[in-house]
Every structure is written in C-alpha cells, then in structure tokens.
Design a protein around this ligand. Structure first.
Ligand code: ZN
Length: 303
C-alpha cells in the first residue's frame, strides 16, 4: 500500500491507500507558509499515517500544485507557493522515511483517480477538468497521464476563451478559460444575479431549491463550461469527460446547459460530442486515489 498526500496552498491532506483502492480516514492539516513548517507538517502527517496503515507501505505519492519536476521529484518555480520553489521533496522523504516518492500535478492526479475509481471508472481514456480556485486539467490516455510536448503536461485552463471579461490570469494572459470558470468568477456571477450566500455550500443549497438568481447564474456558467469543453473536444474528441474539483457540486444544476451548448456548437458534427460527462462524487479523494494509481502503474511497468 501507499501513503497518498495532497498538498495545496492552504492544506495538506493524506491517507493510506491499497493497490485495490481501499483507504483509511483522510487526515487534514493546515499548511504553514514556510518551507520548514511545510516539511515538518508533512513529516508528522506521514508518521501518523504510517502508524495507522494496516500493511507494509511501499511508497509515498504526492499530488500538489505545480509547476513541478515529476522526474527529479521537486518543485519548480511555483505559481502560488513561492516558499516551496525548487524544494527537493523526493530526497526529503527518502532521507527522513527511507521511502521513494512519486509526485504529480494535482489536477493530473485527480484525472487519474477519476478514471480509475471515480466518475470515469471502467474506461482507459478521458479528459478531466477540475473546477476550483483555478481550473486544472488532466488528460488520460490508455490509463496513463498524457504530458504532450509540455514537460508539465497540457494546462488546458489557460486556453483562450475570449477577453470580454478583461481579467488577467495567474499565468499573465488575459482571456484564459480559468478567468471564466474559476471560483471567484462563479462568485461574481452569483453576485451579479443577486444571490447573496455566505458560502458556496449555501449557494449549492439555493441551487438545489431552484432559487431563480442561482439558476440564472448557473445557466451562464454552464454556457461558459460548454464553450470550453467544445474547444477541448475539437482537439481531443474524447468519449468521456469528467468534471472534478470543489465547484463540480454545481455542475448537476447546469449540465443541461452544458450539453445544449455543445450540441449547438457541433450541430453539423455531432460525432464530436462526448458520450458521457461524468461528475465527481468525491472530488477531495480523487487526487489521492490518483497517486495510488500512479504507484500501481509504476510498479507494473518495473515488473
Ligand atoms: Zn492563464
């Protein structure tokens, strides 16, 4: 079995996961904004999971925000966690625990997890978009993460979707899909449509109750998501698309709009339509499961 960790800007979570995908209780710590604090929090989390794991742990899998070097197992110049720039996390856990590490971009790990045990289970190819603070993506082909010619894999959230909003993306460009679909943009839509909720959880409850402002906001969000997916389908033509991340809870309320937008775009080429758009039922678990899957694949490749 493996220890799987998910390290983001705010928190670090983890649990043990077996080769079959069984797992323990997920532990969560807030992440100190320093290298030393992050190292020690990670070490205590690993120690705690090692004590609970019901079998021999063969490796550690780390899903994390990048950019990162998955071969040298270290961070590069990160977008949102400058204290971790160039941190060689692989050699840190090897020295501290004597265990090897695999690391992947969190959205790509989530995609691997969704194709293995989540909303695209039973398939071997799929495109997974994670909607949250940012917009992540993972392309899985024949069970493996497809990295394309980019060392860090394709970052589809930075595809150009139009500059009408005029928002600058974290990558420095104006008009990225991320600026249309990220959490703050959905919150702006709710605000514009007169939805005053304290949290996204409350907004999801309003959506479930059919609140008219929420329905209007999610219709616009669904059109944006449909437009984004239509551009991706022109490139990839996947049968299966999965939607993960914290905002996936809103997708059931706009999936009809997403589907209608795709159908309108592809009215002359309906073979470009995906067969299935799956919605993650447990987006907090998918990157952790993906790291266990990455370990299983890497051990199979070695045998
Ligand atoms: Zn961008």
């Amino acid at each position: 079995m493996y220890i799987c960790l998910d390290l983001g800007g705010t928190n670090i979570r983890g649990t043990w996961i077996s080769e079959q995908g069984d797992h323990g209780r997920v532990e969560l710590f807030s992440r100190p904004r320093s290298l030393e604090g992050t190292r020690e929090t990670m070490a205590s989390l690993i120690r705690s999971i090692l004590e609970q794991a019901p079998g021999r742990v063969r490796g550690i899998g780390l899903a994390t925000a990048g950019p990162l070097d998955h071969l040298k197992k270290r961070y590069l110049r990160t977008t949102n966690m400058p204290e971790l720039n160039m941190f060689p996390v692989g050699s840190f856990v090897q020295e501290r625990f004597g265990l090897p590490l695999l690391m992947e971009n969190d959205a790509q790990a989530a995609a691997l997890g969704e194709v293995w045990k989540g909303c695209l289970a039973g398939t071997k190819d799929g495109l997974v978009i994670t909607l949250g603070t940012g917009v992540g993506s993972g392309v899985i082909m024949d069970h493996e993460i497809w990295r394309g010619a980019h060392f860090t894999g394709p970052e589809l959230g930075h595809l150009y979707l139009g500059s009408e909003l005029g928002l600058v993306c974290g990558c420095g460009q104006v008009g990225c899909a991320e600026t249309w679909l990220r959490k703050s943009s959905l919150e702006d839509l709710f605000c514009r449509e007169g939805v005053f909720s304290q949290s996204l959880q409350e907004a999801a409850e309003l959506a479930a109750a059919g609140n008219s402002g929420t329905v209007r906001a999610l219709k616009i969000y669904g059109q944006r998501l449909g437009l984004f997916l239509s551009s991706l389908q022109v490139v990839f033509g996947f049968k299966n698309i999965g939607i993960g991340g914290g905002l996936s809870a809103f997708v059931p309320f706009c999936q009809d709009t997403v589907r209608r937008t795709l159908e309108a775009r592809f009215h002359k080429r309906n073979w470009w339509l995906p067969g299935k758009i799956g919605i993650s039922s447990d987006p907090d678990m998918s990157a952790l499961l993906g790291m266990a899957r990455a370990w299983v694949l890497s051990e199979q490749a070695r045998d």
